[in-house]
Design a protein around this ligand. Structure first.
Ligand SMILES: *Cc1c(COP(=O)(O)O)cnc(C)c1O
Length: 366
């Protein structure tokens, strides 16, 4: 059996440090807003190269809190790529605004810059580019269009911790960025966790306030109606340990991706991810394309190799968005690609033998 990911293997590789961080946190018993949270927030801000980091409950909350901080709500529209995890769109609905979907570029699975501008209306306030699978979106073009139309750019970095665009980490291009530390993300907690990063001090204050019942520095002084979405000290202390290994883990993912690409690119039946200049892809997922996906899945099942589909349906075609009455041809690429994509195992601890066994099996596909 070759698993899709192996979180226990990752824990074992740093067990002593994790165990003592957890123990220290319990000894301290400051489970909410403890020192561990502030320490992680400053370490992560420094790692990304942003001025502020605000821990919160999860990546979906991070997006929602950013939208609220920017006063985006009822009557507003936010442009979201048609292929992403549902959270990128859900957050928009949950602040009362309307997500407007744009197709993706089949070359890199991120929002198609040529399909973005035509979605802009008088109501559009922001765009949420998603660095899907760990691949940076085409930020220069996105920022240029956004600037021209005075739109906020909110980066969804949930799959792209440490990814770079022209040598700069993603999460530093827009007005703010949302990160998820869901356990299987490139940087993952032992439960739900998330963070907002920004260089905008005003937005940082507002986000911190919203995430903590409207309080900023003074307890019982509720300046706005907020909510409860906090990063807890235990998760923060685990994340601080893991952050030190993130670059090493990302380079292992990138090495695995190179091995896959080197061996699989010769196959006429499947297409491997394209490498693009000036983008450092961190391969949260390794996604291939194939016309006859079922045949490929059968080959993997034969050898007990785990696989996934990210995602089986483009967001506009999910039941939750049936109210928008979209047709397949509204999103040509997102529509086609969801029939052809297949994610194969990639994680820092995967062995060379397993990578070779997966390639051997995939190369049987004609
Ligand atoms: C995981 C993910 C999120 C949401 O993160 P949670 O922490 O699970 O709420 C948002 N966007 C994308 C693209 C994701 O992959």
């Amino acid at each position: 059996m070759i698993p899709f990911t192996d979180l226990y293997a990752q824990y074992e590789s740093i067990k002593d440090e994790i165990d003592s961080a957890i123990k220290e946190c319990i000894t301290d018993s400051n489970f909410i807003k403890g020192k561990a949270v502030a320490d992680f927030e400053s370490a992560f801000a420094k790692y990304i190269g942003a001025d502020h980091c605000i821990g919160c409950g999860n990546g979906t909350d991070a997006l929602e809190i950013i939208l609220k901080s920017l006063n985006i709500g009822r009557g507003d529209e936010v442009i979201v790529p048609a292929l992403t995890w549902i959270a990128s769109a859900e957050a928009v609905n949950n602040v009362g605004a309307e997500p407007v979907f744009a197709d993706i570029n089949p070359k890199n699975f991120t929002i198609d810059i040529n399909r973005f501008e035509e979605k802009i209306t008088k109501r559009t306030r922001a765009i949420i580019p998603v660095h899907l699978y760990g691949c940076p979106a085409d930020m220069n073009e996105i920022l240029a269009i956004a600037r021209q139309h005075k739109l906020f750019v909110i980066e969804d970095c949930a799959q792209a911790h440490g990814a770079e665009y022209y040598g700069r980490k993603v999460g530093t291009f827009g007005v703010a960025a949302a990160f998820s530390f869901f356990p299987s993300k490139n940087l993952g907690a032992f439960g739900d966790a998330g963070a907002i990063v920004t260089n905008n001090a005003e937005l940082a204050n507002s986000a911190r306030q919203i995430a903590n019942h409207g309080q900023l520095n003074n307890k019982h002084r509720h300046l706005v109606v907020g909510r409860n979405s906090r990063l807890d000290s235990l998760q923060a202390s685990i994340l601080s340990v893991k952050l030190k290994f993130l670059d090493e883990w990302n380079s292992k993912r990138r090495n695995t991706a190179s091995s896959y690409i080197a061996r699989l690119k010769v196959s006429a039946g499947l297409q491997v991810p394209l490498s693009e200049d000036n983008k450092k892809h961190v391969f949260h997922l390794f996604v291939i394309r194939c016309k006859n996906r079922n045949a490929m899945i059968e080959l993997l099942n034969e050898k007990n190799i785990a696989w996934g589909i990210h995602y089986p349906k483009a967001i506009p075609f999910l039941d939750a968005y049936a109210y928008k009455q979209h047709k397949t041809f509204d999103f040509k690429f997102a529509g086609i690609l969801t029939e052809e994509i297949l994610s194969i195992p990639i994680y820092p601890e995967i062995s060379e033998e397993h990578v070779n066994a997966i390639c051997d099996q995939l190369l049987k596909y004609q």
